[in-house]
Ligand binder design. Structure first.
Ligand SMILES: Cc1cc2nc3c(=O)[nH]c(=O)nc-3n(C[C@H](O)[C@H](O)[C@H](O)COP(=O)(O)O)c2cc1C
Length: 175
């Protein structure tokens, strides 16, 4: 069965970014019937942070890398750190086989506090997935603190943007 896999670059929990990524994954799964799964950087710890090279050890890091490389659809998000995605998220993708994401449909998103940093994170994501030759959705979702309600769930306006983004991805044949 095909899968839609979400990867979130958050390094602490609870996480707005992981919530955002999960919501997009659920929306894509509902539309495609692909089996959903979602991971964050903490799921890959401590192995990710202590590894300089990819090994084949059994455990969450290998499971996450295989999930990324074999998925039918990828959703990737990160908290904004210094106007980019988190360093550990890049470290995770440094281990991904360089040919495995060719033509893979991808939706990218981020959370942050400064509106002006949204386009910068988007740029970094586009450069990364251009390297992998993946097919990235033209729209980017950048969510601020106020886009989430008190218990940390995405608010109605953000959920609406997610629906629109997934629908647009469908219209251009990405889904
Ligand atoms: C080390 C660090 C660096 C950050 N740098 C930025 C930044 O450059 N621009 C920005 O808009 N927000 C920045 N933030 C705020 C986070 O991106 C924001 O709080 C994010 O929504 C946290 O996501 P999370 O709940 O998934 O951890 C930074 C936060 C931390 C802890």
């Amino acid at each position: 069965m095909k899968t839609v896999v979400g990867i979130s670059g958050n390094v602490s929990r609870p996480s707005k970014t992981r919530t955002l990524v999960s919501s997009i994954v659920e929306t894509v799964s509902t539309r495609t019937g692909f089996a959903p799964s979602c991971f964050d950087i903490i799921d890959a710890q401590p192995e990710l942070g202590t590894s300089l090279y990819r090994g084949n050890t059994p455990g969450p890091l290998t499971e996450i890398l295989i999930a990324i490389e074999t998925c039918g659809f990828l959703v990737v998000g990160s908290p904004t750190y210094k106007a980019s995605f988190t360093g550990l998220l890049k470290h995770l993708f440094d281990f991904v086989d360089m040919k495995s994401l060719k033509d893979r449909p991808v939706i990218v998103c981020a959370t942050g506090k400064a509106v002006a940093h949204g386009p910068k994170v988007e740029q970094h994501f586009r450069m990364l997935f251009e390297f992998f030759d993946a097919r990235v959705a033209p729209q980017f979702i950048f969510a601020l603190d106020e886009d989430f309600v008190e218990d940390g769930r995405p608010g109605d306006a953000l959920l609406q943007r997610i629906q629109e983004q997934v629908s647009n991805a469908e219209k251009i044949g990405l889904i």
